[in-house]
Design a protein around this ligand. Structure first.
Ligand code: AMP
Length: 601
């Protein structure tokens, strides 16, 4: 994508929005933002080929916020998303971009959430509605949502809506909107049905896509580590423990993140500095010089600040936050492997970012190897090997006479053996950084679960987030993870009603909060269908699913064995993504010198 826009100030955004972006630490528009914001501000329709992680939410949210009529409390923008999670996420993004726009109201609406609550908000008036197609249709039919004042419609992740069988609903909703409006359609891929929707509903759209020039980065070994957002810091420290590195450049997305991560690494004993666009030129140069001459080993940088950085010592680039596009990735990893040396690039990928990883692989025409997270045992083994090596070095290089006398004195005074004394000294030597590495990741996962429980109970968590209490059963059911049994259910919608596996899957996924991959075989019969779902379905969800409609037909779900689900708290189906399925594995190669934390010396 070629664009001459490099700063947010070049976009016609109001000071309030620019201030917010500055506070959020956004340094520059991402390529999709640079290409989408100007035409959207000018009122053009947009057809954007963009996936999660490219910054597409801000690409449409900022122009929508910019153009809102503040004297009008009617719904002026509608964003359709395939899933409730995305609806919530997009609504939260709107809220954060509108932090200096008092009086702004956005409402996520999705199945499984109380209608009463939604109606109360809708009656009060909301500027932007973000919803899943099913629930938006419900409100339109009941005339509880009016689109009379609508100016902009966004179809987010249109290919996912197609995959989940919502595309006819999207079509229907678009038909209910005023003729004069702006439409922006975003999709990671552009299959024919999406192009048809675009053709029918978009007028002379500006096409926006990230062009991926292919490039080879032959001297850099590329690996990725699949890790959830909440475990990234722990994963990073593990990687720093075992990698044989000289200097390390870590990439994050925002200025705020650069400063924070450098501080958190310092706090864990890894001297680090941040490099970002808010620093003076002099300070930036000083920091880079420190990296160059070995006074500093870890630098946490934003893309803008690291542009053109040329330090031969950089042996590792760690993509802590995934880049917005392959071009940024290629630039980032090009900071290592300088002057013909070998380099290592490690990318942290959350499960939902795997698609971006595949795009990167396509652009570089190289596979990125999967790297297992270094285990507790591996780190302990590594620390032990280092310790033994240090002891060996001291034994061969130092004059130890004075210390031998001390040991002899202790032996006499304490009536103990030299071996026990050596063990005590080894204990003292490692006290600040124990040789036995403690596994923090499961503990973090437990904390996260606790936080989820708080959120589900309606109490705000430490970050002030809260979930609506009426979401609770659905969310709990969807969150637990692990093995589960599937059983067969019957639903009262079939071929003669026009049901397809896609629209059944879409409705169940959204209304019960069950990820598509936990929905098993769907068989369509003439006037009913069967679907395999995890057993132990909470009764609240079961009752809710009875009333869900597909093709105007109430599902009236029942178990084929005739039983009604009972409330049981144990042996729930587990719904989280099993880590690492289908992924290639890679043998970790031999390691040499790790970057040592400060407490090591
Ligand atoms: P999205 O692709 O919309 O899901 O955005 C992915 C992530 O990028 C979100 O966490 C955003 O907060 C972040 N983000 C979006 N635009 C920018 C930007 N210009 N600079 C830094 N971070 C951004």
């Amino acid at each position: 994508m070629s664009s001459s826009i490099e700063h947010f100030e070049q976009l016609a955004l109001s000071p309030a929005l620019l201030e917010t972006l500055q506070e959020l630490g956004y340094e520059a528009p991402t390529p999709i933002q640079a290409a989408t914001i100007p035409p959207m501000l000018e009122g053009h329709d947009v057809l954007g080929q963009a996936q999660t992680g490219t910054g597409k939410t801000a690409a449409f949210a900022l122009p929508i916020l910019e153009k809102l009529d503040w004297n009008d409390r009617q719904t002026q923008a509608l964003v359709l998303t395939p899933t409730r999670e995305l609806a919530i996420q997009v609504a939260e993004a709107f809220q954060s971009y509108a932090r200096h726009l008092p009086g702004f109201h956005v409402l996520p609406i999705y199945g499984g959430q109380s209608m009463v609550l939604q109606l109360r908000h809708l009656r009060r008036g909301v500027h932007v509605v973000v919803g899943t197609p099913g629930r938006v249709m419900d409100h339109l039919r009941r005339e509880t949502l009016s689109l009379a004042a609508l100016r902009t419609v966004v179809l987010d992740e249109a290919d996912e809506m197609l995959r989940m069988g919502f595309i006819d609903d999207v079509d229907w909703i678009l038909e209910q909107t005023p003729a004069e409006k702006q439409v922006a359609l975003f999709s990671a891929t552009m299959p024919e049905p999406i192009r048809r929707v675009a053709h029918r509903h978009l007028r002379d759209p500006r096409e926006v896509r990230i062009e991926t020039r292919t490039a080879t980065v032959a001297t850099v070994r590329q690996r990725y580590c699949q890790v959830g957002v909440q475990h990234k810091l722990d994963a990073l420290t593990r990687v720093l423990e075992v990698e044989d590195a000289d200097a390390i450049l870590i990439f994050v997305r925002t200025k705020v993140a650069a400063t924070e991560l450098a501080e958190r690494l310092e706090a864990r004993g890894y001297p680090s500095a941040a490099l970002h666009g808010d620093m003076t030129q002099a300070l930036r140069e000083k920091t880079i010089d420190q990296l160059r001459n070995g006074g500093l080993d870890i630098l946490v940088a934003t893309d803008v600040a690291a542009r053109g950085l040329d330090v031969q010592r950089i042996s590792h680039v760690i993509n802590y936050d995934i880049p917005y596009d392959p071009e940024a990735y290629i630039h980032r990893i090009g900071r290592t492997g300088r002057a013909g040396r070998a380099g290592d690039a490690i990318l942290f990928v959350a499960p939902r970012e795997l698609r971006m990883l595949r795009t990167i692989e396509k652009a570089t025409r190289q596979p990125v190897e999967r790297m297992p997270l270094p285990t507790q045992e591996a780190i302990t083994g590594h620390r032990l090997a280092q310790f033994k090596q240090q002891v060996g070095e001291v034994l061969t290089s130092q004059d130890l006479e004075f210390f031998q006398q001390i040991v002899a004195e202790i032996e006499r005074e304490q009536e103990t053996s030299p071996q026990d004394i050596a063990a005590a000294l080894a204990y003292l030597a490692q006290r600040d950084r124990p040789l036995q590495f403690e596994d923090t990741i499961p503990k973090d996962a437990e904390r996260e679960r606790e936080r989820d429980r708080e959120r589900a109970s309606g109490r705000p968590d430490r970050e002030g987030r809260s979930a609506r209490s009426n979401d609770r059963p659905v969310r709990d059911y969807a969150r637990d993870s692990g093995d589960f049994n599937k059983i067969r259910y019957r639903i009262e919608v079939g071929r003669e009603h026009g049901a397809t596996p896609q629209n059944i899957m879409g409705a169940i996924a959204n209304e019960a909060g069950i990820e598509g991959r936990y929905i098993g075989r769907i068989e369509i019969h003439d006037d009913y269908s069967t679907v395999d779902l995890p057993d132990q379905m909470p009764p609240e969800i079961f009752q809710h699913l009875k009333r869900v409609r597909v093709r105007q037909q109430m599902l009236n779900i029942s178990r084929l064995d005739g039983a009604e689900p009972e409330r049981k708290r144990s042996a729930r189906p587990r719904m989280e993504r099993p880590a690492g399925d289908r992924e290639r594995s890679v043998e970790r190669k031999e390691r040499k010198r790790p970057v040592r934390p400060a407490t090591d010396s």
